[in-house]
Design a protein around this ligand. Structure first.
Ligand code: NAD
Length: 293
């Protein structure tokens, strides 16, 4: 690594807290080296109150691009000089590029989710979807589905602090993407949930259910899993949640876990700030080699 750093090395950075566990520096530094890009990627532990200074520092040090993670994704969308329609609708920004001193931001979680469906031969255009959840991941997925031309998005969330966010997303999407029919229903209404799943093409879990400490749990009764249903999860740890395992066992048309969403949003970030396709296969190979050591 040291051999790569010289007076012209460009800096890319991740901002948020905590960031020590992040896999982004390892992934992007591998990709820079692979692609012969004279750049380095570092993680900086910063909180919401630091963000105005962060944006000034990005300009001052000509940080070329990078990522925002929790809890600074929302404030970042307000501090960028330009944001994409997706970032505006989600109200969050997880990736930025510095274009001659203008900080341009986007949100790639939802796009990564859609790309993961595409590589599994699933197209969302004109499809009816049930999306469980109203948090960060769910909102990003719902906005991207609407922008990609889904026909119907039925949002289900339990009656908690996230529920009003689902209603806000529906209001925004009805205004900005009027062709998409967006509804919001309480997850506790199991009859409506069953009815919606019976009439949909794709069922998505974008809640934290399935992930630790809720691993081994699923919000979907197995009686609702049918052969012509596509089931997708945003949860990537475990790689196969109980819902995905049960969808496989029920012979659903496709059962797609969240690991690919994580990978593809990372790849879309790389493309956003370098203009190059990320060497995904090479990175996966490198990761497998490292894991085997
Ligand atoms: P969040 O805290 O913003 O939202 C949590 C959501 O889960 C809310 O809708 C909440 O109502 C729901 N929820 C929590 N506990 C529940 C329960 N017991 N029953 C029903 N609903 C419950 O979280 P987030 O950032 O949106 O993350 C949600 C999931 O998406 C996490 O598992 C996360 O790992 C995953 N995620 C995956 C990717 C990826 O790239 N694959 C990216 C972001 C998030």
């Amino acid at each position: 690594m040291e051999k790569r750093i010289d007076g012209r090395t460009g800096l890319y950075a991740l901002f948020g807290t905590p960031v020590g566990h992040s896999g982004s520096p390892a992934m992007y530094n591998f990709c820079f080296q692979h692609d012969g890009i004279n750049a380095a990627y570092m993680a900086f532990d910063v909180n919401v109150d630091d963000m105005e200074q962060v944006m000034k520092a990005v300009k001052l040090f000509n940080i070329r691009g990078g990522n925002f993670t929790m809890p600074v994704k929302n404030i970042a969308s307000q501090l960028c000089d330009e944001i994409t329609p997706a970032a505006r609708l989600v109200g969050a920004c997880n990736v930025f590029v510095n274009k001659d001193g203008r900080i341009c931001g986007d949100v790639t979680d939802g796009k990564g989710f859609i790309k993961n469906l595409q590589v599994n031969d699933v197209d969302v255009k004109g499809k009816k979807l049930v999306v469980l959840g109203a948090g960060g991941a769910a909102t990003a997925v719902q906005v991207s589905l609407a922008l990609e031309g889904a026909a119907e998005i039925a949002i289900f969330n339990r009656e908690d602090e996230f529920y009003p966010r689902a209603e806000e997303t529906a209001r925004k999407l009805q205004k900005e993407c009027p062709a998409v029919n967006v509804t919001v229903t309480k997850l506790e209404d199991s009859e409506k949930l069953a009815e919606a799943i019976k009439g949909c093409d794709i069922l998505v879990n974008a809640t934290s259910v399935g992930m630790k400490p809720l691993d081994g749990q699923s919000l979907i009764d197995t009686s609702l899993l049918r052969k012509d249903l596509i089931v997708a999860d945003t949860v990537y740890s475990p790689e196969k949640t109980r819902m995905i395992l049960e969808a496989e066992a029920a012979g659903c048309k496709a059962a797609i876990g969240g690991k690919g969403m994580l990978l593809w949003q990372g790849a879309l970030n790389y493309e956003f700030y370098t203009g190059k396709e990320m060497p995904v296969e090479e990175y996966q190979k490198y990761q497998a080699e490292q894991a085997a050591k």
